[in-house]
Design a protein around this ligand. Structure first.
Ligand SMILES: CC(C)(COP(=O)(O)OP(=O)(O)OC[C@H]1O[C@@H](n2cnc3c(N)ncnc32)[C@H](O)[C@@H]1OP(=O)(O)O)[C@@H](O)C(=O)NCCC(=O)NCCS
Length: 170
C-alpha cells in the first residue's frame, strides 16, 4: 500500500484556492478524457466564476491540498434548482490528480463532503462510467446504491461504456 504525505490536508475550498483548483487540478483531469463529462480544458475565467459562485452560495465544496497546490476536489450542487420537487437532491463530483489516487484520499474527501450534506439534503446522486472501477467501488463502499444503468451512453474515440446512476440516501 502506498502512503500519502502528511502535508496533504482536506479543507473547505477558499476563494483563493480557485486558480490552483482550475489550472493544477481540474483541467489536467479533464484532459485525461476518461472519467468526467468534460474532455477538454475549460477557460480559467469560466471555471473560476462557476466555483466561486458555488462556494459563495454555501454548497459543500472541499479540496485536498498539498502545500498550496490543489490536488483534489469534491463538491456538490443542487441537482435541479428550478424544480420545486427536487430541492432535496444534490449532485456530487470529485477528482484527484493521478499521483494522489489509490491511497485513500478519495475516501477521505468523499466522507467529508457527505457529512457536510447531512441535515441539508436527503439524497446525493452521481453518474459514474462503467470503466471507472475505482470510483464505482469507492461509491459503493460508502453507501451509494446503483439506481440505473444507461447502456453504452458513453462513447469516446469509438470506445463505449455504460453510465451508472448511483445515489446515497442520507
Ligand atoms: C475516483 C477517485 C476520486 C477515487 O479516489 P482514490 O483515492 O483513488 O480511491 P480510494 O479512496 O477508494 O482509495 C483507493 C485505494 O487506495 C487504498 N488505500 C491506500 N492507502 C489507504 C489509506 N490510508 N486509507 C484507505 N485506503 C487506502 C485503498 O485500499 C483503496 O483500494 P481498494 O479500493 O482497492 O480497496 C480517484 O481515483 C480519481 O480522482 N479518479 C479520476 C477522476 C474520477 O474518476 N472521478 C470520479 C468520476 S465519477
Amino acid at each position: 500500500m502506498s502512503h500519502i504525505k502528511d502535508s496533504i490536508n482536506i479543507r473547505p475550498t477558499r476563494l483563493s484556492d480557485i486558480p490552483s483548483l482550475v489550472t493544477d487540478c481540474l483541467n489536467p483531469v479533464f484532459l485525461e478524457r476518461q472519467y468526467l463529462a468534460i474532455t477538454e480544458a475549460i477557460p480559467v475565467s469560466e471555471a473560476m466564476a462557476y466555483h466561486a459562485a458555488s462556494i459563495t452560495s454555501g454548497n459543500p465544496h472541499f479540496v485536498a491540498v498539498d502545500g498550496e497546490r490543489v490536488v483534489g476536489i469534491c463538491d456538490v450542487h443542487p441537482t435541479a434548482t428550478r424544480i420545486a420537487a427536487q430541492q432535496h437532491n444534490v449532485t456530487l463530483g470529485m477528482l484527484l490528480l493521478p499521483d494522489y489516487r489509490g491511497k485513500g484520499l478519495g475516501e477521505r474527501l468523499l466522507k467529508t463532503t457527505i457529512d457536510a450534506c447531512r441535515g441539508k439534503w436527503e439524497r446525493i446522486e452521481l453518474g459514474v462510467y462503467s470503466h471507472n472501477e475505482r470510483a464505482h467501488k469507492l461509491y459503493s463502499r460508502n453507501g451509494f446504491i446503483e439506481e440505473g444503468r444507461r447502456r453504452k451512453a458513453w462513447k469516446l474515440d469509438g470506445v463505449t461504456s455504460d453510465i451508472i446512476d448511483m445515489a446515497l440516501h442520507l
